[in-house]
Design a protein around this ligand. Structure first.
Ligand code: SAM
Length: 269
């Protein structure tokens, strides 16, 4: 969709973009085509808006489900795509993504021009919700994308970094300037491609990360104890993983977090 056609569509439906919902619509057909081309099989789209990306996804002839919170957008999507699109009206942070994936046949790709205010929670949810998501192609603000490539000690290194790097290979597909959107956001964007790798499943990993990073300036030992790990277990876990409890979470590698999770899964808290 061009900026002119986005404006025309908004005018036709009497809609003002809702900034609180991160409504910066994509006005770059080549980018939308590239995102659609990177998906494999059935796709779940997060935040379809007026359908700039949805249209390209539907052209691929594999089923597409889209989760949209704004009723006004849902109305436009229904009139544009009818029954071709499986529209889930609601909050992507609350929707049962696993059930949506199962309804599409199991293994899915996820795509989306993510609303900036839910980037971290929705990515975390996509990784941890138990749905069979093999590929993700996600457009986000440049600063948010940095989190996916961060290394221990970096300012933006955190739970999402570790979850994403443990379960997925991550590559940059596109960089887009702010001019590729209407209304224009204040920052540039990046499109990341994530492909699931053969990684051991660690059901405790999310809990470990949330606990370990709860207070960034505190040590691993203090954070894990505050989350309910006994002194005895803490010593056993640190010894098994080969780390000291005085380290801060931001210094631990993805492999060390996976090892801590493995110890907790084996021997409890
Ligand atoms: N995909 C469209 C495009 O590229 O033009 C719209 C992208 S716009 C950045 C984000 C979209 O996500 C908006 O349509 C917005 O209403 C929707 N949205 C915002 N918060 C949401 C949430 N929690 N769950 C589902 N959709 C949401």
């Amino acid at each position: 969709m061009s900026i002119a056609s986005i404006k025309a569509q908004l005018a036709q439906y009497g809609i003002n973009p809702n900034r609180a919902l991160g409504q910066n619509f994509l006005a770059d057909d080549d980018a939308a085509e590239a995102i659609a081309a990177s998906c494999k099989g059935a796709v779940i789209e997060i935040g379809p808006g007026m359908g700039a990306l949805t249209e390209k996804l539907l052209n691929r002839e594999a089923p597409v489900a889209a989760i949209e919170i704004d009723r006004r957008m849902a109305e436009i999507l229904r009139s544009r795509f009818g029954d071709k699109l499986i529209l889930v009206e609601g909050d992507a942070l609350k929707a049962n993504i696993k059930a949506v994936a199962q309804s599409l046949g199991g293994e899915v790709s996820v795509a989306g021009n993510l609303p900036y205010y839910i980037t971290t929670p929705i990515c975390t949810r996509l990784i941890t919700c138990g749905a069979n998501i093999r590929y993700m192609t996600l457009m986000m603000q440049k600063e948010a994308a940095e989190r996916f490539f961060a290394e221990p000690g970096d300012r933006v290194y955190g739970p999402l970094t570790v979850l994403a790097q443990h379960y997925y290979d991550i590559n940059t597909l596109l960089r887009l300037s702010r001019e590729a959107y209407y209304p224009q956001p204040e920052v540039d964007s990046v499109v990341l491609c994530l492909e699931r790798k053969q990684a051991e499943a660690h059901p405790a990993l999310q809990w470990v990360l949330e606990s370990a990073f709860a207070m960034r300036r505190k040590t691993l030992a203090n954070n894990l104890k505050a989350a309910g790990i006994s002194d005895k277990r803490l010593n056993e876990i640190c010894e098994a993983v080969g780390i000291g409890g005085n380290i801060r979470a931001e210094r631990l590698t993805t492999a060390q977090f996976a090892a801590i999770s493995g110890e907790i899964e084996k021997g409890g808290k």
